[in-house]
Design a protein around this ligand. Sequence first.
Ligand code: PEP
Length: 252
Amino acid sequence: MKRKLVVANWKMNGDRARNRVLLDYILGGMPSGVDCAVCVPFPYLPQVGEILEGRAIALGAQDVSEFSGGAYTGDVSAAMLADWRVRFVVVGHSERRALHLESDDVVGRKAAAALGSGLTPIVCVGETLAERESGAAEQVLLRQLDALAAVLPSELQRVVVAYEPVWAIGTGRAATAEQVQEVLYFVRRWLARHVEDANQVRILYGGSVKPDTARQLFGLPDANGGLIGGASLEAQPFLEICRAAASSARSS
Ligand code: PEP
């Protein structure tokens, strides 16, 4: 798979005026040869969906309910997202795992709900610094991935996996290329045991990706793109990251 996927995660940022300006710049400079999605807060899905209508950037959300409907105040179902033509949804982001106590099983069920409505879940996995330093990183990743396999045996082929070491998110401290490739390869081998064609599943890296590190990270043998937080909130760095993804796909 040659084309890389670059996904913006705006987190809880933006307002209607800023969203429009930011997207106008991004749409004006988006290079060809890269797939791109923007995951925005729920209230902005209609606005951003309209701006992206017919354009080369896909609409994404940042969470989805594991339930299909009913008495779940504050939740948003996968069918509701699909109704707004959302294509991607982030599930299991470490901020949700930590702040909303989402377990591996819940994350698996959210991914299943997304797939059930035709969305592509971007499933985030990753270890904390303490887990890495105690040598437990692979064990944690395995637990997170196995929970996914339990829910989605026949549909895993359609997920996107994002490796996001918790200690690299929003810290300015990206993992080294060597650390990233080691885990991406670990994920690829895990996929090979669970899906028909592991090379067709996209694995992204996320965690303080910046324009100056993007090219090297995206050029890693098992990297199919990136999940970008802070650097996706301004057009210039985000576009540079997209260009790095496009050019690393060309040279691979
Ligand atoms: C993220 O929140 O998914 C993320 C990768 O954030 P940042 O790029 O700011 O580290």
